[in-house]
Structure formats: structure tokens, C-alpha cells
Design a protein around this ligand. Structure first.
Ligand code: HEM
Length: 382
């Protein structure tokens, strides 16, 4: 089986991973015709995140997304990685996001809901989850909302690199041409947005050129939008499937634990790609060959029965111990996690407030072997 093509919906994938995991914490796999590995147990995945010599964190990103987005901190090693990450991401830090006035995010949610609230049914994925995160990142960057559709297409094209290199290249170039005059304009007339912050950023004498800013925006737009979309879908599916809508309406203090449990139950970046280093090495009883694709099976680790009780059950008030690996506990630990958590919470609160007793019209669990979310979420509204 080539994992690239496999959809593996819901429990099908978890059962397959369990059958592999009970034999060994490391599985040989095929992905896009290439031989590689998948790390399956919680401990193997956690340890691999700390082992930067055998699993150098940046190399895989030189194949994707660097050719489409250009040089950014995601595809360069430390110390430049740390420097450019610090230069470009201050707006996403915990304190910045906590202090950020997000009333407009709530308003955006309600605007999206207004468009379907009078219908009999709706696909929550296309009408809400797919649209909200791109609108949020567009607004934070300071780009006009009317360009949503165009920016979404370019972002999706960049991410769909594995399906079409040419399209990804074209989308990257189109986005660069679009951004160049915006950046120049922000240099002349600063505004209260991230593009302006990037034009003013300075650290240890390093500043960002227009090309640096274009590349980092080309990175942030799709990474910020896509992963949060996946997470929203996984969260809503779990709540609807487990009939927890009314429980959460009546007990809003459980919203945070619902979000965390959805990160465990179906984690959006389900299998995180890495490359092995330049030498063969021993890892959890197997010899791993140099320069091979190796997926960190975050989704598998989250269903490892040796560390989580009853892992295939969504338990609303589960204490997440040991800590989840959703955002990658290594040097590339997701800088967008505070924004993602906040967005998920505001979105769920808005939907709980507006939709009474929505019901799944068909059972469409999360699918995909690398990135994972339901293909659609058709719900009955009345
Ligand atoms: C629920 C939503 C999200 C999930 C599950 C997620 C997951 C991850 C994971 C697992 C990593 C680690 C990658 C590695 O170790 O190679 C990562 C890194 C990253 N994430 Fe997220 N992410 C999410 C939201 C976001 C958002 C909203 C943004 C941007 C605003 C973002 C931007 C990034 C960037 C730029 C990196 C690379 C960090 C580095 O190279 O140091 N992510 N994310």
C-alpha cells in the first residue's frame, strides 16, 4: 500500500496503525513510490522530536515548501532558523495572542454562520471550517478581505505541491507579484498589521528584505490556514459524532478539554514528514537508513494504548497525560499554536451559541494519512 494515496477513514487507519505498532514502534512504509519509515509509538515519536542529528528538522522542508515559498526559517538550520523565526513570528507569541483584540474573529464567525443559519442543512467544512482560518490570517496580515478567494486559491496551490509542481510554482509567483506593492506601501505608510511589523523587524542587526517578507507570508498563509481548517473539522466531527453538542452548550467550561481531546483523537498533522540524517543509525531496535523519508506518527502516538487509556474513545474530560504531540515538541514547536487554540475556541463558542441540536446527516470521519480531516460535514440544522 502506498500511504500517499490511502484515505484510511476514521477507525480503519487507527486499526492498521495498532496492528503495526503492536509488532514494532517503527514500520517500513511506501510513500509516493519511495521507501521510508513511520514511527508509531508515543516514546519513539517523542524521542525523535529531540534527536536533531538523526532526524535533522529542516531538510524535508527544502523539498517542500522551499521551492514554492522561497527561503524561510522552516527550511534552514539553526542558528539562522532561530533568528528568522524570532524576527518573523512575534505577533504569534502566547502573550501577543492573549492580548490581541479578537472580537473581530467572533464577528467573522457570526457572519459565516449568518449565511447558512436559515438553511435546512449545510456542509460545515466548506461553509465554515475551510473559510474561517484564511479570513483570520488575511486580516492579521492586513490584506483585503475581498481577496479571500484569490488568496485561498494561491495558498491551496502552494500546498498542493505534491499533485502539481507547476501549479504550486505559478501560485507562488502570483502571490509574490500581489504582495510586492503591498509591502512597499506598508514601508511608506505603516499600519497596524503583520506585514507592517515585518517591514520594521530588526534583530542583531538583521532586517527583512521584500523577498524575505514575501517568502514568509507565502509560508504563513497556507500553513496557518490549512492546519486550523483540519483541526476545526476534526473537532466538530468528534463533538457531533459523540452527541456532545448540548453537553458543551450547558457546560462551556469543558470547551478547552474538548479541543485538547480532539487534538489527541484525530490530530490534524497526523504524520509529520522528516528525513533521516546522513548516516544509518539504530532507533528503537531497527537500523534506519540514511537520507530516507521518515514520518513521525503523531496520530499513532496519540492512540498508543501503552500510554493513553482507551485511546479509541473520545473522552471529553480526559487528562492529557503524557502531553500531546500535536504541535511538535521539538525546536520547530508550532509558533501558530496559540492562535490556533484561540480560533478553535471562538469558533466553537459561536457555533454552540447559534446552532441548536445539529445532527450529522452522514458519517464522514476524518481521513488522510498525512494531514487529516473529514472530507465533508453535512449537518441537519432543523
Ligand atoms: C491546529 C493547528 C495547527 C497544527 C496542528 C500545527 C502543527 C504543527 C506542527 C506539528 C509543527 C512542527 C513541525 C516540525 O517539527 O517540523 C508546526 C510548525 C509550524 N507551524 Fe503549525 N500547526 C497549526 C497551526 C499553525 C498556524 C495557525 C500557523 C501560522 C500562523 C502555523 C505555522 C507553523 C510554522 C511556520 C511552523 C514551522 C516552525 C519552525 O520551523 O520553527 N501553524 N505546526
Amino acid at each position: 500500500m502506498d500511504l500517499f494515496q490511502a484515505q484510511l477513514p476514521g477507525q480503519t487507519f487507527h486499526d492498521l496503525l495498532r496492528s503495526w505498532r503492536t509488532k514494532s514502534p517503527v514500520q517500513e512504509i511506501t510513500f509516493m513510490g519511495q521507501d521510508g519509515y513511520m514511527l508509531l509509538s508515543y516514546n519513539a515519536v517523542k524521542d525523535a522530536f529531540q534527536d536533531n542529528e538523526n532526524f535533522p528538522p529542516h531538510t524535508v522542508y527544502t523539498f517542500n515548501p522551499e521551492p514554492q515559498v522561497g527561503k524561510t526559517f522552516i527550511s534552514i538550520p539553526d542558528p539562522e532558523h532561530a533568528l528568522y523565526r524570532q524576527l518573523t513570528m512575534p505577533a504569534f507569541k502566547l502573550k501577543a495572542i492573549a492580548n490581541y483584540d479578537t472580537d473581530w474573529v467572533e464577528q467573522l464567525c457570526h457572519e459565516l454562520i449568518d449565511r447558512f443559519i436559515d438553511e435546512d442543512n449545510v456542509d460545515l467544512q466548506s461553509a465554515f471550517s475551510f473559510r474561517l482560518p484564511i479570513l483570520v490570517i488575511i486580516r492579521m496580515l492586513g490584506l483585503p478581505r475581498e481577496d479571500e478567494q484569490q488568496l485561498h486559491e494561491w495558498g491551496a496551490g502552494i500546498l498542493a505541491y505534491q499533485n502539481s509542481h507547476e501549479l504550486a510554482q505559478q501560485c507562488g509567483e502570483a502571490l509574490a507579484n500581489y504582495l510586492e506593492p503591498v509591502i512597499e506601501q506598508r514601508r511608506q505608510q505603516p499600519q497596524n498589521d503583520i506585514i507592517t511589523e515585518l517591514t520594521q523587524a530588526e534583530l542583531q542587526g538583521t532586517t527583512l528584505s521584500n523577498q524575505d517578507i514575501i517568502s514568509h507570508v507565502r509560508l504563513l498563509l497556507p500553513t496557518g490556514a490549512e492546519t486550523t481548517y483540519l483541526a476545526l473539522g476534526n473537532l466538530f466531527y468528534a463533538i457531533l459524532k459523540n452527541n456532545l453538542w448540548q453537553t458543551l452548550q450547558q457546560n462551556p467550561e469543558l470547551i478547552d478539554s474538548a479541543i485538547e481531546e480532539s487534538f489527541r483523537y484525530e490530530t490534524p498533522v497526523f504524520s509529520l514528514p522528516r528525513m533521516t540524517g546522513t548516516r544509518d543509525f539504530e532507533f528503537y531496535g531497527k537500523t534506519l537508513k540514511a537520507n530516507r523519508l521518515c514520518f513521525f506518527g503523531i496520530g499513532s502516538a496519540h492512540h498508543d494504548e501503552t500510554v493513553y487509556d482507551d485511546p479509541d474513545t473520545f473522552i471529553l474530560e480526559r487528562e492529557q497525560k503524557p502531553p500531546l504531540l500535536t504541535f511538535g515538541p521539538g525546536i520547530k514547536n508550532c509558533p501558530g499554536m496559540h492562535l490556533a487554540r484561540k480560533e478553535l475556541k471562538i469558533a466553537l463558542q459561536a457555533l454552540l451559541q447559534r446552532l441548536d441540536n445539529p445532527q450529522l446527516l452522514s458519517d464522514t470521519p476524518s481521513e488522510g494519512s498525512v494531514l487529516r480531516t473529514p472530507p465533508a460535514l453535512h449537518i441537519k440544522l432543523r
